[in-house]
Design a protein around this ligand. Sequence first.
Ligand SMILES: [Fe+2]
Length: 206
Amino acid sequence: MSDIKSLFATRLYHAKLSAHGAPIDPSELENSCLVIADEDEAGQDWCEENGFPGYTSYASLSDLPWRFPIFKDLVAALDAHVAAFAEDLAFDLGDKKLQLEDIWINILPEGGIHTSHIHPHSVISGTTYVAMPDGASAIKFEDPRLAMMMAAPTRVKDARDELRTFFYAKPAVGDVLLWESWLRHEVPMNMSEEERISVSFNYRWD
Ligand SMILES: [Fe+2]
């Protein structure tokens, strides 16, 4: 009998946001995101100047949890999710903690994409899903070793999740995904006529 192990694992955490913290009403969160986007003229200007499809608060609002109680509740829940993921990752955090670095709103209209990227200066990144209409895109993760595989064959279509070169997660409203911040990901085109709304965040080790 042979022994084949999986080594150097890339972990992807997928849970219901409601598994930790006070319950958060998805429609109230959606409404808050829309109101904030509507009032954030600096953010709208930034998106327009930078050719960003739809809206992000990333460049304009750095204090969502302090301004809006629902975001304070959200961060309290996310803190617990991140702590659970850190345990799964067997992180030895010593006397430092994983704490929120940034949290921001994304509103992706029909035809919008977020191209491939990583989240520098962070340890754990993630997203919670606020509005995912039918046809809204998944999130696509890329094998971080891709550059080392130039001579390797591609994988069969039904390869096990952990053997895929790309993995498409299909989160539902109220789900939270977490991954290590170095993992490259992208949001393929939103094929729905409706907006795809999510809240993303970074945690640093400090
Ligand atoms: Fe991202």
